[in-house]
Design a protein around this ligand. Structure first.
Ligand SMILES: [Zn+2]
Ligand SMILES: [Zn+2]
Length: 282
């Protein structure tokens, strides 16, 4: 099982060609965007970065789906998961399954993206390994049995690329090349690197509130860039807790959105336990 995430598993024969082509296209688009700058396109891209990364990935993919830290009303769940898809970080099922492996094997053999296998491996290289359908199914059955039969998530699993391509076409029709390049290429690439920093930098630099068995750290600038996810040592110590800032200066913007949704009764069963001491949770 853990073989599929071993560093030695990446070889020129098993590189995922679709992921490689996608990554090259997105990064070339970033360079092209420098020649198509309009303040409107940049402003929309910044807003969409928050919506797809904070609401989609941090709140939806990570805290709701991967950790069950909160429940969401059905229409909100649809919208939040769709926001996550538009971040271009993979299907909700694959993201959640991979992330649960990370928590289960943090900084040990089988962790999909540990800096103990190299900083660049943990930051980006791990995503290029191609996984077969059979491996995916085995992974899903073992790590996300609670999600794998979810009708909405199965629907998004089948239609994932359609949403991304449809979004890109819509942006081009609405605002031509400037809007397409900034709200798709630049926004997605910036989102990749801020998310990947949690896998790389937040397992290398920063301070620790909790004496966890892994190398997770609280890194203030990653906390700001990744919408609260940079308080990563707190998260590894208390994975199910919906709030990642445990000291007064550890600001977690995604937690503010969760509180707002709870106020509207659109988020329920929010795990808001505040740790009373600095020991690691069981
Ligand atoms: Zn981690
Ligand atoms: Zn997590």
């Amino acid at each position: 099982m853990y073989d599929m995430f071993r560093r030695g598993h990446l070889h020129w024969r098993n590189i995922d060609g679709i992921v490689l082509a996608w990554m090259v296209t997105m990064h070339v688009g970033c360079i092209a965007a420098l020649f198509f700058v309009t303040w409107q396109a940049v402003a929309v891209a910044v807003f969409l970065h928050w919506m797809t990364c904070s609401i989609g990935i941090c709140l939806g993919y990570h805290r709701h789906l991967s950790h069950g830290s909160l429940r969401l009303a059905a229409p909100v769940r649809f919208f939040v998961t769709l926001c996550g898809i538009l971040a271009g970080q993979g299907t909700p099922l694959m993201w959640s399954a991979t992330h649960r492996v990370h928590h289960g094997r943090s900084d040990q053999e089988g962790d999909p993206h540990s800096p103990t296998d190299g900083v660049w491996w943990s930051h980006v290289l791990w995503i290029f390994v191609r996984h077969g359908a059979e491996q995916r199914n085995t992974l899903y059955q073992k790590y996300i049995p609670d999600l794998v039969h979810d009708r909405l998530l199965r629907f998004f699993e089948r239609t994932y690329m359609l949403w991304l391509v449809g979004f890109a076409v819509a942006m081009y029709m609405l605002g031509g090349w400037p809007l397409l390049l900034w709200t798709v290429c630049v926004r997605i690439v910036v989102g990749y690197h801020t998310t990947w920093l949690i896998n790389s930098a937040s397992h290398i630099w920063g301070y620790r509130n909790y004496d966890t068995a892994d190398d997770s750290r609280n890194l203030w600038w990653a906390g700001l860039l990744a919408y609260g996810e940079g308080w990563h040592n707190n998260h590894h110590a208390w994975p199910r807790m919906a709030c990642y800032g445990h000291r007064w200066w550890e600001f977690d913007i995604t937690w503010q959105s969760i509180k707002f949704l709870r106020l509207l009764r659109l988020a329920t069963n929010v795990d808001d336990r505040i740790p009373t001491d600095r020991r690691v949770s069981s």
